[in-house]
Design a protein. Structure first.
Lengths: 218, 794
């Protein structure tokens, strides 16, 4: 099993007191499988994604990726996980504005010492970014920027791709195109895909879907 | 991984050259000011050390004749035969060069030419063949002499064998002083028995010149530190803002798997690299500043203290190394806070520039507490501080305390203005200004320090100038001063002048000691000139009457302070006891001075005759008198100086004294202006999301630009209001604490509202000029950029 989440709890401290975002989540995802995570705003979708991505740590529970419990990893261990094993696509793209598109796409692969120029060129080509490689992110449209972000995530060929509302900032047509490409490439790499989305249409294109409500799976 | 990360980090500067320029320029300017001042200090100190080494000034006890006249060769021989290990010195001036003659066989080891090179004719030196040792600049002035170039020799000084010096100076058989070797035989007879006419002057524990000029250098060092502090504020601001703007990128890097430690190490290394580069530029700039200032520094010290300082600058490793260290240390200091915050930054916080106003709250409380403590310490020190360390601690507590308090004071003022605002635009303006304050506070602190230093120093300089002019009027009251070559010429002058002038006032003095302090004792002729013009700091009844009557003595403030003397105390000159009847201000004089009556002086120092005279006559008759003096008495006009010329020379010397500090003041203010400019430019891009809504709701870009300009000027005005009392407190500390400790006298403090108004206008202009470009850029921001704020595409 690529991903196994068991009894995950997470509570935040707010001005009004403790707020339990996740209250015992269990889920599994196999390699090559796609899973949509839906739910209302504040239901804990993004928090769960961040915990799986090693961006945050759970208060309780176990997250196994490729047989490794990431909740037990220290900061360096989680950083290594994010570099090579897990790739995250953010809603806000989070590109490096001072690097050109070509460098942005190759960036994570270079961090992970898994830079494959041919694969990066393929990704750029498949994403329709060949003409944009010498541009800076600010010179691209939102759709193009998100394609760069997806290419960057896939460049080190991660085992698990996590996507947090990847098309939330895009119009419907662009969102559909971007999703087509992402699903296609994820399928080619054999990675598992866990996507947080509000969109019923996008969720419908995943192999499975789970719905979160008030910190629990419905 | 490292390569990719470095590429990402460095590409930020490539894409944001203005930020890089801000950072490098702030560091370079801070280093430049510091290195420049240190270079001037190092160069001057090296010159004094060479001068002191040349004569052993201050290092050894010396024997001098009590009457100040040269001693004969026989006295020296008598002492040597009695077992005293003494070495003769003769000195004088030839072609404007100070000639020092020593006996290399008997002189202590470290006195003499600093380094006799391989090409020097040592035998020639020892046998008195006429060889002189001097640096190249001095050698050029010694025409017709055989000079060995010795670069380390003191400027304006040539050293030679005593026999050669006696011949060159026309002092055959004469000795000016005897240096006493530190190790002496135990069985030597007392000095009183073999040479009662000699006076032993104790070692000073350092060069005489060095001790005096240390105060001047202390002043320069204080300004160097202040300028560096202003620079550090800029560096701190630049680094803080650069980190702030890179915060989203840092989050992305970490989210993509870059370990925190690696990131911090790389960012630290990146900054150290910049510090090294900017530090090197700063040292070069500092060298330029020093080279520009050094001729004035040299002239100042020569004029004020008689110290010869080389007019050219050498690249000394000590000060460029210290410059680089300061740049690296300053950057480390400024970056440590930013890197610490980075290490604590949560990975998942919103990836957008943090509102700088967040610095309020807990930070403001800590800052306010720090300011309160420092200002309280300053308040206590104002009444208790003594000595230079106390004085400078007071200055530091005052300045840092006020700098920390400034943002809080401005915040309160802006909050009050916001509450009073009627129109919606005014309300928005005040609240927006308040929100901007944290981003500008470091630059405003730098401006505050620069303005306060400017107020403080200009008050001190102007108070000094005013007092000094009054002092010159008092002390240079004769219309004409005449110098004579010998006693015969003095008699000729007296005979010629007596029937033609109202009064002849001989100026005669002898070197002695009073209360253990080296002192010049003057013998004054009974004349109304003194009664009419001299102003005492303290005096008993009719001080001149009792002094001219022979019972009392008048002393200067320096002697009173150093000797712990007051009115009514008794002092002894040889076997005569005098009561102190008056203490007078004697600004600019480094040593003690006393005045007794002419008759008493003649009795105590019979060998000394006056060779300078002040003549009282109708000022209009001065030119005719000078012409007649030359024609009838054979005393050329070159030996006369009229009062106006003396005053002009004295004032010129004095004005030069503060040329350097004035230049540093202007530079510091310019650096502060630069800080405002850089902060505004750096903030400009972060300001767009705050300004776009105001634009969208109907304010024009031109209006927004004008308001930005107004905001900068307004903040500068408010800062000026804080700087004025701070500067006056600084001036008081300089005049009442530091000046007394450094120079030995206290100056009255005067206020100069005109100067402060001019400074205020200059500071406002600096702020307006600094804000002009950012405001213009803002007024020309393309609407598309403003619209991006609302379109999630920024």
């Amino acid at each position: 099993m690529l991903l196994s989440v068991k009894d995950i709890h997470k509570t935040y401290t707010t001005a009004d007191g403790p707020f339990a975002v996740l209250r015992g989540i269990d889920l599994r995802l196999a390699a090559g499988e796609t899973l949509a995570l839906t739910g209302e705003s504040g239901s804990g979708k993004s928090t769960l994604l961040h915990l799986i991505g090693g961006l945050d740590t759970p208060d309780q529970g176990q997250i196994m990726i490729d047989g490794q419990d990431i909740a037990a990893l220290d900061d360096n261990g989680r950083a290594a996980l994010r570099r090579g094993t897990v790739g995250v696509v953010f809603q806000q793209f989070n590109l490096i504005p001072s690097l050109k598109v070509a460098d942005n796409i190759a960036f994570q692969a270079r961090l992970a010492d898994q830079h494959d120029p041919d694969w990066v060129a393929t990704l750029a080509d498949r994403m329709g970014l060949t003409e944009q490689l010498n541009k800076y992110p600010e010179q691209l449209s939102g759709g193009q920027q998100q394609r760069v972000a997806i290419a960057r995530t896939l460049a080190p060929k991660p085992r698990l791709v996590l996507a947090d509302e990847p098309t939330g900032n895009l119009d419907e047509a662009t969102a559909a195109t971007v999703m087509d490409l992402m699903l296609e490439l994820v399928a080619e790499t054999g990675a598992g895909l866990l996507m947080v989305t509000h969109s019923e249409a996008l969720a419908g294109r995943m192999a499975r879907r789970l719905h979160l409500r008030a910190g629990r799976l419905a | 991984m490292t390569r990719a990360t470095l590429q990402a980090l460095l590409s930020h500067w490539w894409r944001n050259p203005l930020q890089l320029f801000t950072l490098l320029a702030g560091l370079a300017l801070a280093t430049a000011l510091w290195s420049g001042v240190q270079a001037v200090n190092a160069e001057a100190r090296a010159s004094y050390d060479a001068a002191a080494a040349a004569l052993g000034e201050g290092q050894y006890d010396r024997l001098l004749r009590r009457d100040g006249q040269p001693m004969d060769q026989a006295t020296y021989i008598t002492l040597r035969r009695a077992g005293w290990l003494v070495s003769p010195v003769v000195q004088g001036r030839l072609d404007g060069v100070r000639i020092i003659g020593i006996d290399p066989l008997t002189a202590p080891g470290d006195i003499g030419p600093v380094a006799i090179g391989e090409d020097a004719d040592v035998v020639g030196f020892l046998t008195g063949a006429g060889q002189l040792f001097a640096n190249a600049e001095t050698a050029r002035r010694l025409t017709g002499q055989q000079v060995i170039i010795t670069p380390e020799a003191a400027p304006g000084t040539a050293i030679t064998d005593i026999g050669v010096a006696q011949r060159l100076l026309g002092k055959q058989g004469q000795i000016d002083s005897l240096i006493i070797a530190p190790a002496q035989p135990r069985s030597q007879p007392p000095l009183e028995n073999i040479a009662p006419q000699l006076l032993r002057r104790a070692a000073q524990g350092g060069s005489d010149i060095g001790r005096l000029t240390d105060s001047f250098h202390l002043n320069l060092t204080a300004f160097g530190l202040l300028s560096f502090a202003v620079g550090i504020f800029i560096v701190h601001g630049a680094i803080g803002l650069a980190f702030e703007q890179r915060r989203p990128v840092v989050r992305t890097l970490r989210a993509l798997g870059l370990p925190l430690r690696r990131l911090i190490v790389l960012m630290g290394a990146e900054l150290m690299l910049f510090a090294l580069f900017a530090g090197a530029i700063g040292v070069a700039l500092g060298y330029g500043i020093a080279a520009l200032l050094l001729p004035d520094v040299a002239a100042t010290l020569r004029g004020l203290y008689g110290a010869d300082v080389s007019g050219t600058l050498q690249l000394r490793p000590a000060w460029w190394l210290s410059g680089l260290s300061i740049a690296l240390g300053g950057t480390a200091l400024a970056a440590s806070g930013a890197l610490f915050k980075l290490s604590k930054m949560p990975l998942l916080a919103a990836a957008q520039p943090r509102a700088l106003a967040m610095a309020a709250g807990r930070n403001a409380v800590i800052q306010g507490a720090g300011a309160a403590v420092l200002l309280a310490v300053a308040g206590v020190l104002m009444f208790t501080a003594q000595g230079l360390i106390g004085g400078f601690t007071l200055l530091a507590a005052l300045l840092i305390g006020a700098a920390l308090a400034l943002p809080l004071i401005l915040d309160r003022v802006l909050a009050a203005c916001s509450g009073l605002a009627r129109s919606v635009t005014a309300q928005w303006f005040w609240s927006d200004t308040r929100q901007q304050l944290p981003g500008l506070s470091l630059a405003l602190m730098a401006l505050l320090l620069a303005m306060a230093a400017n107020v403080g120093v200009s008050t001190m300089v102007s108070s000094f100038r005013l007092t000094f002019v009054e002092f010159l009027d008092q002390r240079l009251s004769s219309e004409l001063y005449v110098s004579t070559e010998d006693a015969t010429q003095s008699q000729k002058l007296t005979a010629f002048a007596a029937p033609r002038v109202d009064a002849i006032l001989p100026i005669q003095f002898a070197d002695t000691e009073i209360a253990g302090q080296p002192t010049e004792v003057y013998g004054a002729r009974d004349n109304h000139t003194y009664r009419d013009n001299w102003i005492f700091l303290q005096n008993s009844a009719a001080p001149w009457d009792t002094t001219f009557g022979g019972q009392t003595i008048l002393i200067n403030e320096q002697l009173a302070r150093r000797g712990g003397l007051g009115i009514g105390d008794q002092v002894q000159l040889q076997d005569q006891v005098f009561m102190i009847a008056g203490i007078y201000g004697d600004y600019g004089n480094p040593i003690g001075q006393a005045v007794i009556s002419e008759a008493q002086f003649a009795g105590l120092y019979p060998g000394i005759t006056a060779q300078r005279f002040g003549l009282r006559l109708d000022p209009d008759q001065v030119p005719d008198f000078v012409a007649a003096l030359e024609a009838e008495a054979g005393i050329p006009a070159t030996q006369t100086v009229d009062q106006a010329r003396i005053k002009a020379i004295s004032l010129q010397v004095f004005e030069r004294t503060f040329t350097v500090t004035t230049a540093l003041n202007i530079l510091t203010l310019a650096v502060a202006g630069f800080a405002i400019l850089m902060s505004l430019l750096t903030l400009a891009t972060m300001r767009v999301p705050q300004l776009a809504p105001a634009w969208a709701m109907g304010m024009t870009r031109g209006q927004l630009g004008r308001l930005e300009l107004l905001r900068a000027v307004l903040l500068a005005v408010l800062t000026a209001f804080v700087a004025l009392p701070l500067g006056l407190a600084l001036a008081w500390a300089l005049l009442a604490v530091v000046n007394v400790a450094a120079f030995g006298w206290e100056l009255p403090m005067y206020l100069f509202p005109g100067d402060y108004a001019r400074l205020g206008i200059f500071a406002l202009l600096a702020a307006a000029l600094a804000a002009l470009w950012p405001a213009r850029r803002l007024a020309r921001t393309p609407p598309a950029d403003l619209l991006k704020v609302f379109s999630n595409e920024r």
